[in-house]
Ligand binder design. Structure first.
Ligand code: HEC
Ligand code: HEC
Length: 294
């Protein structure tokens, strides 16, 4: 894979990252006195208290996405009580699986202030996932949701690519994402989310993608939609063959990966780290947001 930096203005410079690292380390030291400390695994906390401590500053006391820190974030937390989850494996309109919520909690959402919540034990993360799902105002009754099936990707041929390019134009992706996918289409700057807050279409040449970096992940997004965002869901409008073609084409739009600083953070992850939550401390202690490549 080509790793080239195309637009350096997006980059947190090495120097900035070094300052950040120091800041995070300082917060870490300051917190040792206050927190329980020690090497032992922390005892399980009642889930509501855990939520109020770890999540409410961003997600809000009731989960509506209006925490006291939200003014610092460009990417806003969703209203979790609405049941509209973006990062899920279930069909459009379906609630997420608890595994989906668990994954967002433990892995975070790349390029956003939603860091992997590395301070939590696995049990705590499951408890929180169930807690979040219990906040949904009108839970759906009936059959439990199921993950959509993503079959095997067809071979990537020239024909598939040109079909994908055609669909990208026909389906009006450029209106928001721009002709080359840079997130700069004519309607890019006037989009709002389900709560009426400003939201930007993604730069599709950017890696990592929020929804995952594999072609299969793109295919899935075209089935699941991105609830709560102005991104249309193409569920039934695309055949399986078309979804693969579009997925391959969109995937070809970006080969650049942004350089990661000492904390391997990019985009708004740096904001999350700067805020200095326990998640930020736990990540700093284990040396970064992602395990090093080698
Ligand atoms: C520093 C702010 C911040 C903190 C702290 C935080 N989050 Fe988030 N969280 C966000 C933001 C912002 C998003 C939206 C990301 C996006 O839509 O791109 C998000 C998204 C999520 C999602 C994905 C929702 C979806 O649409 O699929 C889950 C689940 C979640 N957070 C759970 C938690 C839990 C549980 C905690 C506490 C352990 C927590 N978050 C702490 C900012 C935060
Ligand atoms: C009306 C505007 C709009 C149109 C039209 C649109 N999108 Fe989007 N798209 C968005 C927004 C806004 C987001 C960002 C959601 C977020 O950050 O939470 C997004 C996100 C995405 C993502 C997720 C990127 C990531 O980082 O995970 C993909 C993939 C995507 N769009 C592809 C497409 C394709 C392909 C088309 C055409 C078939 C399309 N979009 C049409 C607004 C649009």
């Amino acid at each position: 894979m080509v790793r080239r930096i195309r637009r350096p203005r997006r980059l947190a410079t090495q120097a900035t990252m070094r300052r950040l690292l120091l800041a995070v380390a300082a917060i870490g030291c300051a917190a040792v006195g206050a927190a329980s400390g020690g090497d032992e695994a922390p005892a399980l906390e009642p889930v509501e208290r855990l939520y109020q401590q770890e999540c409410a500053p961003c997600h809000g006391e009731t989960g509506e996405g209006d925490g006291v820190l939200v003014y610092k974030l460009r990417t806003k937390p969703p209203d979790l009580t609405s049941g509209r989850y973006k990062f899920k494996t279930t069909a459009q309109g379906e609630p997420p699986l608890r595994e989906d919520v668990f994954r967002s909690i433990t892995q975070g959402v790349a390029t956003t202030p939603m860091l992997p919540q590395a301070q939590l034990s696995e049990d705590e993360a499951w408890l929180l996932a169930d807690h979040l799902l219990s906040l949904v105002r009108r839970p759906r009754s009936g059959k439990p949701p199921e993950a959509v099936e993503v079959g095997e990707a067809p071979p990537r041929t020239d024909e598939v690519m040109s079909r994908g390019r055609g669909l990208y134009g026909q389906m009006e992706c450029p209106r928001c994402h721009g002709d080359r996918g840079y997130g700069d289409g004519p309607s890019a700057y006037t989009q709002t989310d389900a709560q009426g807050r400003s939201i930007q279409p993604r730069d599709l040449s950017y890696r990592p993608r929020k929804t995952g970096d594999r072609v299969e992940d793109l295919y899935r997004v075209f089935v699941t939609g991105l609830a709560g965002t102005p991104m249309p869901s193409f569920g039934e409008a695309l055949t399986e063959r078309d979804r693969w073609a579009l997925a391959y084409y969109v995937d070809s739009l970006g080969v650049e990966e942004y350089e990661r600083g000492p904390l391997q953070s990019i985009g708004e992850e740096a904001v999350g780290l700067e805020i200095g939550t326990r998640a930020a401390e736990a990540l700093a202690a284990r040396g970064g947001i992602r395990p090093p490549a080698e």
